[in-house]
Design a protein around this ligand. Structure first.
Ligand code: GLN
Length: 500
């Protein structure tokens, strides 16, 4: 047996190499993310943590929103670079190296180092995250029944990294300071890199660069873009988006201008891909996929309050004392990952049971249910805010319940969406669509930042209540239009993979 074909617990050994690499990468990402707003908002207090940046909550959440958005938006160029230039395997390697350097730079205390480090992390995650996910898929041949389980194992790896990080990093910061916390993320990323390099023999068959064939049906992104100028209708569409970018630039600053410009480029590309698809079946499925991404943006827009607004809320408005010990704020970030590890198989089991009874739920239904359940979790944050307004503090039980519902919601939407993409996306654009999916989660992160920022104006109670209402309404709307949407998938969910 070739090394790459060897199995452990019924799965290719390569899966465990990718599992560990992603586990350490997520450790560094979530460890650092948990510290980020706390570091930015901390005044210079002189305790063991050392000086923070003493920014306002609003400033910190604004940067947090941009950062967490860019981290995922970079998955689009990350996916394209892998597809067209170097293959996924090298992209993951370079991404890991850039992440090690980025986290090392964050150990320095200067402000330039802070921005440079964040920039490097953005580039590193953009190269690593989408491509390591695609590599997991590459371990299995089409129709291999181990694939879904492989993805669940991989998702547990992600959350194991996050759990370890958020358990440990708070203590490290309390004892040795902020920059030791950032440094720990770097050390751990080095472990991820070593593990990835050492495991190469088990990955010999996946993620290799496949140079473009001279197939005349193969269309490059450049050709797709050049088509944009071929019809007045398309030109007008791009023109409108471009005008919106300029307006964004003028009204909201250069950051939004650039964001809209980027969205223009992506929207035009998606439009061209739609045109390029051969049959109405593929076109319809493509539309359903893009519509489902609306749910993805809204879901993460609410969910990602976790590292931002809820994190700050935990820090300043929650009674964190348990049996005389004050639980560090950062540790509350562990609840999500902990619940994932506990509940991942249960939630998957519930859907599987329905399937056995012949009442299989469609992915769109699961995703809509995920939004509603997560939104319902914000009800507990409403209770928390009400208690705070009455008594000046609030019980941590509300946070536990909120995270529990957020996690059940995440399990309904996140792994489901990944597999939905592989079912609906035309194969030749599969990795790009994976990139677009992560970018949608990135936009959700940005939305989360904007909502979080507005809490200083509207108050947490109103924000949390607004999220409950909005998310539940959106989830219900998608359930109402479920039937026509399902029709547009043309049975993609029933059949085994039949796409070309
Ligand atoms: N928590 C998951 C991860 O870190 C999902 C993140 C996302 O899709 N934006 O991979």
């Amino acid at each position: 047996l070739q090394p790459h074909q060897k199995e452990l617990f019924g799965q290719p050994i390569g899966l465990y190499i990718l599992f560990l690499t992603e586990m350490w990468e997520r450790f560094s990402y979530y460890g650092m993310r948990a510290l980020l707003v706390l570091y930015m908002t901390t005044q210079t207090t002189g305790d063991a943590r050392g000086a923070g940046l003493a920014w306002t909550d609003q400033e910190a959440l604004a940067l947090y929103g941009w950062y967490t958005m860019l981290v995922y938006v970079m998955s689009i160029p990350g996916g394209m670079i892998a597809d067209k230039l170097i293959g996924q395997k090298k992209a993951v390697l370079y991404g890991a190296v850039i992440l090690c350097i980025g986290h090392a730079v964050l150990v320095l205390t200067d402000i330039w180092a802070f921005y440079t480090g964040l920039g490097l992390v953005i580039l590193g995650v953009g190269l690593l995250k989408p491509n390591i996910s695609t590599m997991v898929g590459g371990l299995y041949k089409a129709g291999d029944i181990r694939r879904d389980k492989g993805f669940s194992i991989f998702y547990i790896g992600i959350n194991l990294g996050s759990l370890l990080a958020t358990m440990i990093v708070g203590g490290v910061v309390a004892k040795w300071g902020w920059h030791a916390g950032f440094g720990l993320a770097g050390v751990v990323m080095v472990l991820g890199l070593i593990n990835y390099i050492a495991g190469q023999k088990y990955l010999s068959q996946v993620g290799n660069f496949i140079p473009s064939t001279n197939d005349k049906n193969e269309v490059s992104y450049g050709q797709l873009y050049s088509e944009l100028f071929s019809s007045p209708k398309q030109l007008m569409f791009a023109g409108v988006l471009l005008a919106a970018s300029l307006f964004g630039w003028y009204a909201m600053g250069w950051g939004y201008g650039l964001l809209f410009l980027f969205l223009t480029a992506i929207a035009s590309l998606l439009m061209m891909i739609y045109k390029d698809l051969d049959t109405q079946v593929y076109k319809d499925r493509f539309v359903v996929l893009l519509l489902s991404f609306i749910m993805v943006i809204i879901f993460w827009g609410a969910f990602e309050q976790a590292g931002g607004l809820i994190n700050l809320y935990t820090d300043t408005k929650t009674d964190r004392v348990l049996f005389g010990w004050e639980i560090p704020t950062v540790m509350f970030q562990s609840l999500n990952a902990g619940f994932i590890i506990l509940l991942a198989t249960t939630v998957a089991g519930i859907w599987a049971k329905r399937k056995l009874k012949g009442r299989e739920a469609s992915s769109i239904f699961k995703m809509a249910a995920g939004i509603i359940i997560m939104g319902f979790g914000f009800l507990f944050m409403v209770f928390a805010a009400m208690e705070f307004e009455k008594s000046g503090t609030s019980s941590m039980i509300w946070l536990v319940l909120a995270y529990l519902f957020h996690t059940i919601g995440e399990l309904c939407i996140s792994p489901v969406a990944l597999s939905f993409i592989t079912k609906l996306a035309p194969v030749k654009y599969a990795s790009l669509m994976m990139g677009v999916y992560f970018a949608a989660t990135g936009l959700g992160n940005k939305v989360a930042g904007v909502i979080g920022e507005s809490a200083s104006e509207f108050g947490e109670l109103n924000i949390f209540a607004g999220i409950v209402i909005f998310t539940v309404v959106i989830g219900v709307l998608f359930i109402i239009i479920l039937k026509p949407l399902k029709r547009l998938t043309h049975g993609a969910e029933e059949s085994e993979r039949v796409l070309k």
